[in-house]
Design a protein around this ligand. Structure first.
Ligand code: ARG
Length: 454
């Protein structure tokens, strides 16, 4: 393919080192789509006769069919998907195959193929994330007004609705979807026609190529276009963060599933046992989901590091971009359906959740009540804090403190029994975005809308 100026051949280990076919063979469909568009472009530019163009396209379709049916047999000389397709095209249609690469380079070709692949990958990722969101929403709707302790610093803080706690993860995932969606306009830029680095010398209509391949725009600079992998970094950054969000969700649920919490039980379908300890039921689905985030973060670091020292235009280093990109999407394809399944089939123990609520979690409500009775908040905070301490010293819940203790803490603290009600505490937080049942109902509707938008 490039042998003309060489008299020797590649060392065997160098050939293996240089080959990317094992990794980029999965770009076959995009490579062939791009080549069909390129053949049409060459014909429109007057470089190919109509019958030549048709023969090239028919041959390319034959190659596509072989890949489709799993019948493609690579040769050791098939360095990458581009050379493999062209070689096989030659097997089918002979010397005419040699006209296809006119004015094109593998540099603009691989950039085009990878972007085409990425556009479908973004669609897939969106569907996968959306399904995890749907699973969270279904559970959030099914648990009614069940309450549990909300934690900060993993210490009991204030009561919240379980639906509210579930939906917290929904919105993070929604931002992940937005980030990936936002990257689409930068992915959907056609590099084809950039040649190796300087642009093609034939009058190919790049806008027509873009239209044929479904790109939204064409690149403005051939040096940039053949080496622009920004979109891969963006996607890997978005998927790394998505991995972090999935990991955080998994961590919440892993903690909840321990006997000490006992808030959730994963279905057997998403748990595994121990080869030694007969009683064990481990949340491996979520642990693996948490673990996979490491790969997603690693993929981002790989590509950033790859790009850091590169001079302008294409360098072979760029061939290393695909493994991390593919791995990110493959990892999500494995992880997200499992996470969605684990969420959908989980059973919540809402009695355990209620039992974990303690009166001290209402200390803020006591302070808020003092504020309503005219005490400045800082002072109210102090008074409520002293009552918490007193209850702790006496070894009782706050509500068991004698009426005199409240009045001693502040003369306005008469009639406090009504404050010691977790449902009341939750209902008071009735701002948009708060945990009150009313506010959460609006949130459920908003979440429903987000999913209905597609
Ligand atoms: N397989 C290469 C890649 O994935 C494309 C080939 C570019 N090769 C070259 N010698 N310029 O980046």
């Amino acid at each position: 393919m490039w042998g003309g100026r060489f008299s020797g051949s590649l060392a065997e280990h160098m050939r293996l080192f240089n080959d990317s076919f094992p990794i980029d063979r999965r770009l076959w469909a995009e490579d062939i789509r791009g080549s069909i568009a390129w053949a049409n472009g060459l014909e429109r530019a007057g470089i190919l006769q109509a019958n030549e163009c048709q023969a090239l396209i028919a041959g390319l379709r034959q190659v596509a069919q072989e890949f489709e049916e799993g019948l493609f047999l690579p040769l050791t000389s098939d360095e990458d998907i581009h050379t493999a397709v062209e070689r096989r095209l030659g097997d089918f249609i002979g010397a005419l195959a040699g006209k296809l690469h006119t004015g094109r380079s593998r540099n603009d070709q691989v950039a085009t193929d990878t972007r085409l692949w990425t556009l479908s990958a973004l669609k897939l990722a969106d569907d996968l994330i959306r399904d995890v969101q749907a699973a969270l929403l279904e559970q959030a709707k099914s648990v009614g007004d069940a309450m549990l302790p909300g934690y900060t610093h993993l210490q009991r803080a204030q009561p919240v609705l379980l639906s509210h706690a579930l939906l917290a993860h929904f919105w993070r995932l929604d931002r992940d979807r937005q980030r990936l969606h936002d990257a689409t306009k930068r992915v959907s830029v056609l590099p084809l026609g950039s040649g190796a680095l300087a642009g093609t010398a034939f009058a190919v209509d790049r806008a027509a190529l873009a239209a044929e391949l479904g790109f939204a725009s064409i690149s403005q600079n051939s040096l940039d276009a053949t080496s622009d992998r920004d979109y891969i970094v963006e996607i890997l950054a978005a998927t790394a963060l998505l991995g972090v969000h999935i990991s955080q969700l998994a961590e919440d649920w892993i903690i909840w599933s321990s006997a000490e919490w006992g808030f959730v039980a994963l279905d057997d379908a998403y748990s595994t046992g121990s080869s030694l300890m007969p009683q064990k039921k481990n949340p491996d689905s979520l642990e693996l989901a948490r673990g996979k985030s490491g790969r997603l973060i690693g993929n981002l670091v790989t590509v950033l590091t790859l790009l850091k020292g590169l001079p302008s235009a294409y360098d072979k280093d760029l061939q290393e971009d695909k493994a991390p990109l593919f791995d990110a999407i493959d990892t999500l394809s494995l992880t997200l359906p499992v996470v969605a399944g684990a969420i959908r089939t989980a059973r919540f123990n809402t009695e355990r959740m209620v039992a974990a609520l303690d009166d001290a979690m209402l200390a803020t409500d006591v302070a808020d009540e003092l504020v309503r009775r005219g005490v400045p908040f800082r002072e109210a905070h102090h008074i409520a804090g002293r009552l918490v301490r007193e209850a702790e010293q006496r070894g009782v819940g706050m509500r068991q403190l004698p009426a005199e203790s409240f009045v001693a803490a502040h003369p306005s603290l008469t009639d406090v029994a009504g404050l010691f009600d977790f449902a009341r505490s939750v209902a008071m937080r009735d701002v948009p975005g708060g945990t009150a049942p009313n506010a959460v109902r609006d949130q459920l509707i908003a979440a429903q809308h987000v999913l209905a938008e597609g």
